[in-house]
Design a protein around this ligand. Structure first.
Ligand SMILES: [Ca+2]
Length: 185
């Protein structure tokens, strides 16, 4: 049988043969000069370093196939809100959170109001690692636990003294004066 081929195809066949000859290297070696070692199949972040079928890992990679990340923290920065990351084992890390935060990645702001710390119907505002109470006028203190002193503004004008009550005050008027604030003669 006569096979008709163009000159281009002849060239390709010849070139292919040369190409194949060039690559008939010893087992475990490759390259035009057969001086490049072949790494272990599946070797991901490593190389053979002159010894065929080796998988010697690049910096911060581990495991038989060099596919385990020994520096997860430095590559992914998983810890939020100022948490500090520690590489614990290949592909694993641990976050140590700043006070006031929790969760695997310190992503959760702890609700310091959850225990209802504000007394006497004060409103609790959740802050970072603390709470703040917004008290009704008659109460004060960090937890609205203190009776506000309504005499503090000196409301009694012509009086012997002022008596502080919860949300109120009583003036003890001098003789000749009357009214809530002893200001009526
Ligand atoms: Ca908080």
């Amino acid at each position: 049988m006569l096979l008709q081929v163009s000159s281009d195809e002849v060239y390709e066949v010849k070139y292919f043969n040369i190409h194949v000859l060039h690559h008939r290297c010893s087992f475990g070696w490759q390259g035009p000069l057969c001086d490049q070692c072949i790494p272990y199949p599946g070797c991901k972040h490593g190389s053979c370093h002159g010894s065929p079928w080796q998988c010697i890992c690049d910096l911060n990679w581990g495991g038989l196939l060099c596919d385990k990340d020994l520096n997860y923290c430095g590559r992914h920065y998983p810890c939020q809100n100022g948490g500090v990351c520690y590489n614990t084992e290949p592909d694993h890390y641990k976050c140590v959170c700043k006070p006031g935060f929790t969760g695997r990645n310190c992503e959760t702001d702890i609700d310091e109001c959850s225990s209802n710390p504000c007394l006497h119907h004060g409103t609790c505002i959740d802050r970072i690692n603390r709470f703040q109470c917004s008290c009704l006028p008659e109460w004060e203190g960090t937890m609205c636990q203190l009776d506000s002193d309504e005499c503090r503004g000196r409301p009694c004008l012509n009086a012997f003294n002022c008596r502080n009550l919860v949300g109120d005050y009583i003036c003890q008027c001098q003789p000749g004066w009357t009214g809530k604030n002893c200001d009526v003669s």
